[in-house]
Ligand binder design. Structure first.
Ligand SMILES: [Zn+2]
Length: 306
């Protein structure tokens, strides 16, 4: 929120209070046992969901609001007279590791997937681009066999949770609707920009995308203490600048995922908020010269084969 306040575009922003997600909406992508388990841990006052995912007495309410925020954003943008460019959901906890059956990796519910599934059920063609440093394994699992939703992830490898190989490309009718670009440590923004330009933007267009979600983890920033990528805040703004115009005005929702350096996520939030209303704010230069081009080359070869 401090980053958004420092974006210099506060006058251009409309603030929305999120509603809470309903059980029925959660159950679009998660099974009943996951919901019951999270509710039971909440009823006990908190506890551990996996080795690194802990709930306190407020976590369930926060997770319901985080997922509800994405739905609120979609509902607000979809109002016929909205006149809004895009939405930015500044939420915690993140969601992209939560699978149909398991809360994991700090994620209780898959906020982006819940909203994407609701739109797909309403007949929309949805794309999700995940540039968090970690692979969005939960989102991938939820839509792996679902041709209505395109999922593209650029993430560090090796890194938690260990999924997201180049060869994971969807199954059944959805082969090619999952795109993974697992880049090495120290990868810089130029490699991501190339992957977007040559592979992911064309895929979003070919999908006939009507709604776009960005799983915007800011843990790919070079200052992040738990990852090893080489991005700057300017790179994050560039990703948004490239992706959002691929869909119609008012049809993109950028959602915070991970990010563990407070200054970095403040700066990234500032430049992304500015970018979303068409203003160019740069607090540091874009990056280039790191490794990772060979992975983009390999992904392009795979995409051309199908
Ligand atoms: Zn992450």
């Amino acid at each position: 929120m401090e980053g958004v306040a420092r974006s210099g575009v506060a006058d251009a922003l409309e603030r929305c209070s999120p509603r809470s997600i309903t059980d029925a909406e959660i159950l679009r992508v998660h099974d009943q046992a996951l919901l019951e388990h999270v509710a039971a841990v909440d009823a006990a006052g908190g506890g551990r969901l996996d080795s690194d995912t802990v709930m306190n007495q407020s976590s369930l309410a926060a997770a319901r609001l985080a997922a509800g925020a994405v739905m609120t954003a979609v509902e607000r943008l979809a109002q016929p007279d909205a006149g809004l460019d895009a939405a930015f959901c500044v939420v915690r906890p993140p969601g992209h590791h939560a699978t149909p059956t398991q809360s994991m990796g700090f994620c209780l519910f898959n906020s982006v997937a819940i909203a994407a599934a609701a739109l797909a059920d309403a007949g929309e063609k949805v794309a999700i681009v995940d540039f968090d440093a970690h692979h969005g394994n939960g989102t991938q699992d939820i839509f792996y066999e679902d041709p209505r939703v395109l999922f593209a992830s650029i993430h560090q490898s090796p890194l938690y949770p260990g999924t997201g190989a180049l060869t994971e490309r969807g199954s059944g009718a959805a082969v090619g609707k999952t795109i993974n670009i697992p880049v090495p440590p120290n990868t810089t923004g130029d490699v991501v920009r190339r992957a977007l330009d040559e592979l992911i933007v064309p895929a979003i267009e070919a999908h006939g995308t009507t709604w776009l979600f960005l799983s915007a983890g800011f843990d790919g920033h070079r200052a992040d203490p738990i990852t090893e990528l080489g991005y700057s805040s300017a790179d994050m703004a560039d990703y948004v600048r490239t992706l959002v115009p691929v869909v119609a005005r008012g049809r993109s929702v950028t959602v915070l995922e991970g990010g563990y350096d407070l200054q970095a996520i403040t700066d990234c939030s500032a430049v992304v908020a500015a970018q979303l209303v068409g203003e160019r704010l740069r607090l540091e230069p874009a990056t280039s010269g790191g490794p990772g081009d060979a992975v983009v080359d390999a992904a392009l070869v795979l995409a051309a084969e199908s």
